[in-house]
Design a protein around this ligand. Structure first.
Ligand code: GDP
Length: 197
C-alpha cells in the first residue's frame, strides 16, 4: 500500500464521540517512548501526523487520522504511565479499555514493544487482557536498528517463548525501525490484507 493522504480528523477522550463512518480502524498503542509517533510518521511518510498527537493535551487522547480516504489510523494513548496520579491513570485506562472493547470499527490493534527490552509485566498483562477479551491484535517490535539482526531475532524469539507460556498461538509479529524503515512494507501490506478481507 502507498499512503497518499493522511489527515488528522479528531481527538477524543470518549470512544462514543469517535467519528461515525463505515471504514475500518487500525490502532496503535504502547508505553510512552516506545517509538509510536516515529513509527506512525514512518508508515505514513508524513512528519506532521505524530506531531499532532504529540502536541500538548493530545498524547492522552484517542487521535483519528484518515488514511487514503479508505481507513482510519488511530493513535491511542500509552498505558502503564508511571508519572501520573492513580486517579489519572484510572481515567486513561477506562478510556483505552472502552475504546478497545466497544469500538466496533477496531479491526486490528498493534501493540508496540521496544525490541531491546525483556518482556515487561505491564505489556504481558495488557496482551493477556487483549487475548482474553478476544481483541484482534499484533505485536510490533520497534527500534530494531539498535540491535544487530541476530540479536533482534533472538530478542523476538525470547518474547515469543514468554507468550507461549500462556498461549498456544502467537499473534502476528512485526519488526520495525523508524530509522531505516524496516517493517514499512510488511506492516502496510498486512493492513492492506485487512482492508481487502
Ligand atoms: P513515543 O513516545 O512512543 O511516541 O516515542 P517517539 O516516537 O517519540 O520516540 C521516542 C524516542 O525514541 C525518540 O528519541 C526517537 O527518536 C527514538 N526512536 C523512535 N523510534 C526509533 C527507531 O526506530 N530507532 C531509533 N534508533 N530510535 C527511535
Amino acid at each position: 500500500m502507498i499512503i497518499k493522504t493522511a489527515t488528522f480528523e479528531i481527538s477524543n477522550s470518549d470512544y462514543k464521540k469517535c467519528p461515525t463512518h463505515q471504514k475500518i480502524e487500525i490502532a496503535f498503542i504502547g508505553r510512552s517512548n516506545v517509538g509510536k509517533s516515529s513509527l506512525i510518521n514512518m508508515l505514513t511518510n508524513h512528519q506532521k501526523l505524530a506531531k499532532i498527537s504529540g502536541s500538548p493535551g493530545k498524547t492522552q487522547l484517542i487521535n483519528h487520522f484518515l488514511i487514503n480516504d479508505t481507513w482510519y489510523l488511530v493513535d491511542l494513548p500509552g498505558y502503564g504511565f508511571a508519572k501520573v496520579s492513580i486517579a489519572m491513570r484510572k481515567k486513561f485506562e477506562e478510556m483505552i479499555r472502552s475504546y478497545i472493547l466497544k469500538r466496533k470499527e477496531l479491526t486490528m490493534l498493534f501493540v508496540l514493544i521496544d525490541i531491546r527490552h525483556d518482556a515487561q509485566n505491564v505489556d504481558l498483562e495488557f496482551i493477556q487482557w487483549l487475548g482474553e477479551s478476544g481483541i484482534p491484535f499484533g505485536l510490533i517490535f520497534t527500534k530494531s536498528d539498535k540491535l544487530s539482526k541476530a540479536k533482534a531475532v533472538q530478542s523476538v524469539d525470547r518474547y515469543k517463548k514468554e507468550l507461549l507460556k500462556a498461549w498456544e498461538e502467537l499473534p502476528p509479529v512485526f519488526i520495525s525501525s523508524s530509522v531505516d524503515k524496516t517493517g514499512h512494507d510488511t506492516i502496510l501490506d498486512f493492513i492492506d490484507s485487512l482492508l481487502i478481507g
